[in-house]
Design a protein around this ligand. Sequence first.
Ligand code: HEM
Length: 413
Amino acid sequence: ENRNIPEEEGMDHSLKLLKEGYQFILNRRYTMESNIFETKLLGETAICLTGSKMAELFYDTEKFKREGAAPKPVQKTLFGEGGVQGLDGEAHRHRKAMFMQVMKPDDLQTIRRLFAERWQKHVRVWEQQDEMQFYKNVKTVLFEAACEWTGVPLEEDTEARAEQISEMFETPAHIGLRHLKGWKARSDAEKWMISYVEQVRNGELDHVAGTPLEAFSLHRDHNGEQLEAETAAVELLNLIRPITAISVYAAFTALALHEYPGEASKLDSDDARERFVQEVRRYYPFFPFTAARVRKDFTWEGHTFKEDTLTLLDLYGTNHHPEEWENPGLFRPSRFEGWQGTPFQFIPQGGGEFDFGHRCAGEWMTVELLKEIVYQLHEHLSYDLPDQKLSFSLTEIPAIPESGIILKNVQPV
Ligand code: HEM
C-alpha cells in the first residue's frame, strides 16, 4: 500500500516559518493530524517529522545524511563550514570521537569547577552594582570558563568577545542587518581562533598540554591528515559558542525559579537540581528543529522518501508532544523522577546516539553547568527581581526573556 504523506498546499512557507517560529511544525501537526507531513520551504519540498517514533526514523543513518542539510544562513552564522554537523559515516564518527574524548566525567567536573570560580569573581562585581542583566552577565562567565577549559588564552575584554560569540547563536533565524552581524561575528571569531591553532602548531603557546585546544589543533582526520586550520577553528568554536549559549538556559532557569517558587522550594539535593534543569530543557524553547536529507530512496510504513529531500525533526514539538508527555504544558520537574524514557523522546539537544549519530556532544556538560547555575542562584545568591518584561516569544528564535532577567540587590549568601 502506498500512502501519501499529507501535504501542505501552497508555493512556499518560509515566511510562515519565520512568523510561527517554534510552533511551525506543531501547528501543522494539529491541523493535518499527522506526525509526518510535507511542506515547501526555501524553494524545496521539506518533510517534517515529530514525536519519538519519527525521531527514531530520523536518526537512522542508513536512511538520512547531513551533507547539504543545513541552510546557508545557518552555516554562515551558527555552525561554520566544514564542521562535524555536516559530516556523515566514517568521517563523522572519527570527528565526533574528537569531541567525545573531551567530555569524560573528569572534564565535566573541571569545567564545572572553573565556572564556579569565575562566578564567585563576578559576584563580587555584581554586588557593587545597582542592577545587572543576568543573561548578558552569565554569558561572560560561561565564555570565560569555556576559554579557560578549552585552553584559549583569556583576553582583556571578555565581555566584548562573549557578545561576538553570542551573535552566532542569536542571529541565524534573522534576516537583513541582524543576520549580517552574525556573519561578521563568525568571520572575526574564526580569525581569532585560527591564530591560536597556528600558535599551537608552531609550538608558540604555553600551558596547552592536555587541553581541547591542543587536541583539536593537532587532531588527524580518518585519513591521517591534519585538519585545515579553518576547520580546527570551526570545531573549537563548536565548543566555545555552545558553552556560551548555555546562558539562554541559564536565563530560563532564573525565570523558572521565579515563576515556580513551589518547585524551587524542593531544590535540596543534586538529584532535585538535576530534575529541575531537565525540565527547564524540556519546557523552554531553544533549538526548534534539526535538519537532514534522505540518503537514498526508501519506503517506510507505506510512505515514500525520495533521495535528497530535506527533512526536519521537530525538537521543541517532540518535547511538548501530548503523545509523549502527560500535561506537556505544565512545568513539572517530578516527571523526571525515575524517568524511563527512550533516546528519542526528550530531545532538546537532539536524539539517538552520541558516538554514531549527531546528538549534541555537549549535552552532559550542559546539564552539569546548569546544575551548578541553579545551585549558585538558589543557594548562594540573594537578589530581587524588579518589575520587568519577563515574557518571551515563541516566534523569536532563539527565544530569550525580553528583559534579559534584571536582578537587583545581588548579594552572596
Ligand atoms: C549538536 C543543542 C550545548 C556541542 C547539537 C544539536 C542540537 C544541540 C539540537 C544537533 C542535534 C542533531 O542535529 O541531531 C544544544 C543546546 C545546547 C547545546 C540547546 C545548550 C546550550 C552544547 C555544548 C557543546 C555542544 C555545551 C559543547 C561544549 C555540540 C556539537 C554538536 C552539537 C559538537 C554536533 C554533533 C554532531 O553533529 O555529531 N547541539 N547544544 N552543544 N552540539 Fe549542542
